[in-house]
Design a protein around this ligand. Structure first.
Ligand SMILES: *[C@@H]1O[C@H](CO)[C@@H](O)[C@H](O)[C@H]1NC(C)=O
Ligand SMILES: *[C@@H]1O[C@H](CO)[C@@H](O)[C@H](O)[C@H]1NC(C)=O
Ligand SMILES: *[C@@H]1O[C@H](CO)[C@@H](O)[C@H](O)[C@H]1NC(C)=O
Ligand SMILES: *[C@@H]1O[C@H](CO)[C@@H](O)[C@H](O)[C@H]1NC(C)=O
Ligand SMILES: *[C@@H]1O[C@H](CO)[C@@H](O)[C@H](O)[C@H]1NC(C)=O
Ligand SMILES: *[C@@H]1O[C@H](CO)[C@@H](O)[C@H](O)[C@H]1NC(C)=O
Ligand SMILES: *[C@@H]1O[C@H](CO)[C@@H](O)[C@H](O)[C@H]1NC(C)=O
Ligand SMILES: *[C@@H]1O[C@H](CO)[C@@H](O)[C@H](O)[C@H]1NC(C)=O
Ligand SMILES: *[C@@H]1O[C@H](CO)[C@@H](O)[C@H](O)[C@H]1NC(C)=O
Length: 544
């Protein structure tokens, strides 16, 4: 799932964190992605270099696997090039094929995992062949001439799962044409992180004779339309002073935006943040909520990590005034705190509110030189009408609107709890893009996804690896409050301590490791994964 830069907190995709969901992006952010630099499928320099090391291949694959299903009408008899990469240097006869499914990103962004992450580790441990397989519509595996809503009809999880099964049955790896790597003779093991984690779990359930085992890392098998629980991990595991302050300041904001104190204070509130000209309250609330989204971008690997969550937290919970430029707004802020219902805590909250304003100024407001509505709006029909293949923002967004949901709202938080983002960010606001970009007015069909088990999904040789602090944990089998499962060799169930989003996927060269890196809980999880996959391979060998 994706992660963002400043304003929207989650926008600038960083290589190790993919794009599963974010709150609606201001148009200015979407447009920037399209220009390339921050594109959802934009690659880091390291990933671009790796493309020289690993040649890319294509498998000609049917666009439409389901001619019996009228939802794909008009059907297609065409094929498209499904892109993949592989590394056979550790392959030994009898070894498995380890397929890392790319999920909702450019597959080339996963090459580091072939070079030194989980695919490398598993190939080495098992004498296996490592593969990165791109997901249809992403990167270069594009089946249609454009991304019009009609042409996106083949962008479903089921079609992509069928591609992945078709791949195992039909691919011939260059240089290994004489080896029988068919699923009848060779164990095929799938790995995926995030959306791809849910994807491989479904792959194992739907195609058990093709994929002998699957590892779902930070998988999200439970599709949820109003995913307010995204912020649960931050609320439970974030620094308590930061969480409490964010909740109270957000409460003040909502008491003014949604409360009955009159619009004069709304204007004063927006002006206090330096955002006087942002018309829509939801856009204003989005422009000020970036900090708390940063948790997802934390990684154990310093080269892949952003500490923006802790930077934000340090600022907002500091009792010193950290941005002297905000002093001029003190009187206004004190009035807003009173009007917002927190007069009793004025002394503690005033400096923290000023620090929050200073942080938002630096990370969000300062980046907008001109018309603030143009910078921060999510309302722009002209933009939403664009559907050429450079509009990669449409892809995961379409999956969100049609099947997956994960709208990250403040409004969904139960009334007896204080949200970490404004309640003005509700389903209606978050789904605006579904209506505008795709003419979709109904909630996503999450029941269709959840028919495969949701929180209850399980299958022999299907592993679930999650991170204790992961915002996506609440959409998977390690959600807080679910009954704990036993951790068995057939159905591994591992929660990595103090870890965030699929931290087991990434790895280091032996000459890069230190006593602290990878951290012991990650190294231990990776060791366990290698061990149970070795066991699965032996089980296959014994059986066939
Ligand atoms: C794979 O397909 C793409 C078009 O999608 C094409 O540009 C490329 O040359 C193909 N690569 C190979 C190795 O065939
Ligand atoms: C279409 O066929 C597939 C098997 O190829 C089957 O699993 C699926 O249920 C069928 N769908 C419909 C709508 O009949
Ligand atoms: C696909 O092929 C079948 C069988 O050859 C044919 O009946 C059908 O009309 C074709 N569909 C399209 C959309 O071309
Ligand atoms: C807000 O709009 C007014 C009127 O157009 C303009 O004078 C002012 O500079 C704008 N403020 C900001 C911060 O953009
Ligand atoms: C906002 O940021 C700008 C640019 O860094 C700075 O000049 C200004 O003083 C800041 N305003 C406040 C209120 O912090
Ligand atoms: C504004 O509303 C809050 C909560 O709704 C209330 O506690 C406060 O007294 C009101 N302030 C004014 C000035 O009306
Ligand atoms: C949007 O969808 C509705 C119902 O599905 C349809 O009647 C309408 O023509 C569509 N509008 C556009 C602009 O495609
Ligand atoms: C999930 O499994 C539990 C325990 O087996 C069962 O009580 C519950 O009804 C199941 N829920 C669903 C939605 O299937
Ligand atoms: C570390 O190991 C990798 C892989 O063997 C190698 O490519 C790289 O040059 C090594 N780096 C250093 C600094 O030795």
């Amino acid at each position: 799932m994706v992660r963002c830069g400043a304003v929207a907190g989650l926008l600038a995709l960083v290589s190790s964190v993919e794009a599963i969901q974010r709150h609606p992006l201001p148009i200015s952010e979407l447009a920037k992605q399209v220009e390339g630099k921050d594109a959802y499928d934009g690659l880091s320099a390291r990933e671009i270099d790796l493309q020289a090391l690993y040649p890319e291949y294509n498998l000609s694959t049917p666009i439409d696997h389901f001619h019996n299903d009228s939802s794909y009408e008009p059907h297609s008899n065409g094929t498209f090039n499904l892109r993949y990469w592989f590394d056979a240097q550790y392959y030994k006869p009898g070894g498995p094929v380890i397929v890392l499914t790319g999920g909702e990103t450019n597959g080339a962004g996963r090459l580091p995992f072939l070079q030194k992450g989980i695919v490398y580790q598993l190939a080495k441990a098992t004498g296996g062949l490592g593969v990165i397989l791109e997901h249809r519509y992403y990167g270069k595996s594009i089946p249609t001439p454009d991304f019009s809503t009609e042409n996106l009809r083949f962008l479903t999880t089921d079609q992509a799962l069928a591609d992945t099964a078709y791949f195992a049955k039909n691919v011939k790896f260059s240089g290994l044409e004489d080896v029988d790597l068919s699923p009848e003779k060779t164990p095929w093991i799938a790995y995926g992180g995030s959306y791809a984690g849910a994807f491989v779990a479904f792959l194992r359930v739907l195609y058990p004779d093709v994929y002998f085992g699957a590892i779902s890392s930070s998988g999200v098998p439970k599709a949820i339309w109003d995913y307010w629980q995204y912020f649960e991990a931050a609320a439970v595991y974030g620094p308590p002073a930061c969480v409490e302050t964010t909740q109270k300041l957000t409460h003040i904001v909502d008491n003014i935006l949604i409360g009955k104190n009159g619009s004069e204070y709304v204007a004063q509130l927006k002006a206090a943040f330096g955002l006087p000209n942002v018309t829509h309250d939801g856009d204003f609330a989005s422009a000020i909520n970036g900090g708390i989204y940063g948790l997802q971008s934390l990684n154990w690997d310093p080269s892949q990590s952003s500490d923006s969550f802790f930077v934000y937290c340090d600022k907002v919970s500091s009792d010193d005034v950290l941005y002297p430029g905000t002093e001029a707004r003190r009187d206004s802020v004190e009035e807003l705190i009173k009007v917002g219902g927190y007069e009793d805590e004025l002394e503690t909250l005033a400096n923290r509110f000023l620090n929050y304003i200073g942080y938002v100024n630096q990370t969000s407001v300062a980046r907008c030189a001109g018309d603030q509505d143009a910078c921060f709006t999510t309302y722009d029909p002209e933009f939403y009408a664009r559907d050429d293949i450079s509009q990669t923002w449409r892809l995961w967004q379409y999956q969100v609107c049609t099947q997956w949901g994960y709208l990250q709202t403040g409004s969904g938080v139960p009334e007896d709890q204080l949200p970490l983002i404004s309640r003005t960010i509700d389903v209606d606001y978050s789904a605006l893009i579904c209506r505008e970009a795709f003419n979709l007015t109904k909630p996503a069909d999450v029941e269709y996804i959840n028919r495969l088990g949701g929180f209850n999904i399980s299958y022999p040789r299907l592993a679930f690896i999650d991170g204790e602090w992961d915002p996506w944990r609440a959409a998977g089998v390690h959600a807080i409050g679910l009954p704990e499962r036993p951790n068995t060799p057939s159905e591994p169930y591992i929660l990595i301590d103090r870890a965030v989003h699929h931290w087991d996927e990434n790895g280091l060269f032996p000459n890069e490791t230190t006593p602290d890196l990878p951290p012991a809980p990650v190294a231990d999880a990776q060791k366990q994964i290698a061990t149970f996959v070795q066991g699965w391979v032996q089980e296959f060998t014994g059986k066939y």
